[in-house]
Each structure stands twice: as structure tokens, then as C-alpha cells.
Design a protein around this ligand. Structure first.
Ligand SMILES: [Fe+2]
Length: 144
């Protein structure tokens, strides 16, 4: 996230990990912290005007780690017979598709990531954690 002050100065605001984002299952929180770190690296890469190749590499890392993390959650849902597995998995697939669509734009146009894309990715990352993963976490702490 970035804000422009009245003098035109750009302030990059990191996405800060806090208890608000914790689903209270350590192994899921650890993954989410890593994703937040990668989001912040991307955010700074865009604000610092890093090369398109570098921005693309960070975006690829973020997407790859997210794919891996979703498989991790889906394994836990299977192991602990989570009833909302199918809906949660569909949400994961939609999230990956939307991130890959964003990625395709860069690969085709070889352009840098725009501020609106950073805002989209911040929302993309946090909304799923705050809603679907919170429900999953509440279930898992009861049954693990
Ligand atoms: Fe999830």
C-alpha cells in the first residue's frame, strides 16, 4: 500500500502482520507470514521502480508460494474432514486464476506493476485470510 503526501512524497506502507491476521493455527500462520513478507517485497520493488524482470520474479515467487500454501491448507482440510473443503478449494482456485491473469498482463506487455495492482493483491491476500481462513482456523483448533 502507498500514500502520496501533500508534497508529493510517496510513503510505502508495509502490510504489517498482527493478531488480526492470525488464524491461531501456527503452521498456517507461518505460511501467511511468508506470503505477507513476499507481498511487502513486491510492494517495495514497485515503489522503488525495480526492473520489470525483478518485479515479475517477485510476483512469480508470491504466486508459487501461494499455490504451495493452498495445497498445505487443502491437505489439512482433508485430514481433519473439513465440511467446507470444496467451497474453500474453489476460492483458492479463483484466487490463483486472478493472480495468474495479472501475471499474464506483465508477461505479454513487459510492463511494470501498477499501484492499482498492488492494492488488488493486498486485498487478494488479506480478504481470504480474514474470512475463509479464519473459519478454517476456528474449525482446526477444535479438532487438531
Ligand atoms: Fe485458504
Amino acid at each position: 500500500m502507498r500514500k502520496v503526501t501533500s508534497c508529493g512524497e510517496v510513503i510505502v506502507k508495509d502490510l504489517v502482520w498482527s493478531n488480526t491476521l492470525s488464524v491461531e493455527v501456527d503452521e498456517i500462520d507461518e505460511d501467511h507470514r511468508r506470503l505477507v513478507d513476499l507481498f511487502n517485497i513486491l510492494n517495495h520493488a514497485v515503489a522503488d521502480g525495480e526492473s520489470a524482470d525483478y518485479q515479475e520474479a517477485v510476483l512469480e515467487e508470491l504466486i508459487s508460494c501461494t499455490v504451495w500454501h493452498f495445497k498445505h491448507e487443502e491437505r489439512l482440510m482433508l485430514k481433519y474432514a473439513y465440511e467446507e473443503l470444496a467451497a474453500h478449494k474453489t476460492e483458492h482456485q479463483d484466487l490463483i486464476e486472478s493472480a495468474k491473469a495479472l501475471q499474464q498482463q506483465f508477461l505479454q506487455a513487459d510492463k511494470r506493476i501498477a499501484n492499482k495492482d498492488i492494492e488488488f493483491l493486498e486485498h487478494w491476500l488479506t480478504e481470504h485470510i480474514l474470512v475463509a481462513d479464519m473459519r478454517l482456523g476456528a474449525y482446526l483448533i477444535e479438532v487438531m
